[in-house]
Design a protein around this ligand. Structure first.
Ligand code: MG
Length: 397
């Protein structure tokens, strides 16, 4: 690791054999603030552990993607989603000789920067921040681990390795990439991230497409008959019904979803293996220099996946009941933002102090960034409560 601290004997748990193209800690690009290596753990295990103990991680329990938290206890939250992504990604990493610890760290951190109310919240905050540099949840996830967690004595943020930070920053505009230093560079020179990062992007997709089908049916917004018009679903529905004609709706949905996930995971492993064998990168740097990601679904599965995504967009994300919630969420985020911007005295004392410091350094743009950080950190229910405290005359404290 890029550390000038004296070497010492380390005891590491016996790990699985890693492929040459996997992320290895011995050629890691290191941490922003040099630290002695951990004993009994790998560097990437330490990253994962810091993420699990962070405040941002606990907030994921009360943040949602499609359904607001109070709509029901059984819907996915960002926390359960992150665990599902970690489960899928780790299974693939292990069988492909990729670094499972790094894979898990990225999966657990990938949604830390999400606002309350999922995409509606993110769009609203991006609108509010239009004149102040915009708001992207991927960059916000990086801000959480680099700056906003203030728990350690010797550095800001969690001081994670470059590889975990690289994986967290899934997408990024060119304009923002120029301001992000080392982790932004690949977007400017058209390089790829590690295979572990690439894997997480696809595991994320597998997890949310499938759990949105499950949650959508549970909420009564989409039905099995409609889903039978989607190839990926139909392909697995028919054999389930032939074999088990008397299942309940819950069982049917679950049996089809577990087959769909398996189908996607197997295709991902087999396609990616072939692509890696053909490109034969000598190490992680060889992976980064590839013109395209090496982790990939086959063209057929990509097309089937796209069909499922389109179905979900049309029938679930644009369903009037989801749309109503989104409109309400946007309004709520917008009113919080403007209220704080007009009167920073509405913020807790410690945030007022931060606003004063930042504004003295960089003007109103910095004030807006602190307000955006504050709102992005809220859980769904905190944001709802805060809105009532600021705007409902009957709620005075
Ligand atoms: Mg995700």
């Amino acid at each position: 690791m890029g550390s000038d601290l004296p070497p010492r004997t380390r005891h590491l748990p016996p790990g699985p054999q890693l492929a040459v193209h996997a992320a290895h800690e011995h050629n890691s690009r290191g941490r922003r603030h040099p630290e002695a290596p951990p004993n009994y753990r790998s560097e990437f295990q330490r990253d994962r552990d810091r993420i699990i103990h962070s405040t941002g991680f606990r907030r994921l329990e009360y943040k949602t993607q499609v359904f607001v938290n109070h709509e029901g206890d059984l819907f996915r939250t960002r926390l359960t989603h992150s665990l599902e992504v970690a489960q899928i990604a780790r299974s693939v990493a292990r069988v492909m000789g990729l670094n499972e610890d790094l894979t898990e760290a990225i999966a657990l951190a990938h949604d830390l920067g999400h606002t309350p109310f999922g995409h509606a919240g993110q769009d609203a905050l991006n609108d509010c921040m239009r004149d102040y540099g915009g708001f992207e949840h991927n960059i916000q996830s990086l801000r959480v681990v680099d700056e906003l967690e203030t728990r350690y004595a010797e550095f800001p943020g969690l001081n994670l390795t470059f590889e975990t930070r690289e994986g967290i920053l899934k997408h990024c505009s060119q304009k923002n990439a120029r301001q992000l230093g080392d982790v932004g560079e690949r977007f400017l020179i058209d390089h790829q991230p590690s295979l572990e990062a690439q894997l997480n992007n696809l595991a994320d997709e597998i997890a949310y497409n499938n759990h949105d089908v499950d949650d959508g049916v549970r909420a009564g917004l989409i039905g099995i008959e409609q889903l039978r018009g989607v190839k990926l679903f139909a392909e697995h529905y028919e054999p389930v019904m032939r074999r088990h004609p008397n299942l309940s709706e819950r069982q049917i949905v679950h049996e089809v979803i577990r087959r769909m996930i398996n189908h996607l995971v197997v295709d991902l492993i087999e396609t990616s293996r072939n692509r890696i064998a053909a490109a034969a990168p000598a190490d992680i740097e060889g992976v980064r220099r590839q013109p395209e990601p090496l982790m990939s679904f086959s063209p057929q599965v990509q097309a089937d996946n796209l069909e499922l995504k389109r179905f979900l967009r049309q029938h679930l994300y644009r369903h009037y009941r989801v749309h109503r919630m989104s409109v309400k969420a946007r309004r709520l985020i917008g009113s919080l933002f403007h209220a704080y911007m007009d009167d920073i005295g509405l913020l807790p004392h410690e945030y007022q102090e931060i606003v004063r410091q930042r504004e003295a350094e960089g003007g109103v743009e910095r004030r807006a960034r602190v307000v955006a950080d504050y709102i992005a950190g809220m859980t769904d229910r905190y944001a709802i409560g805060e809105h009532a405290r600021l705007f409902d005359p009957a709620t005075l404290s």
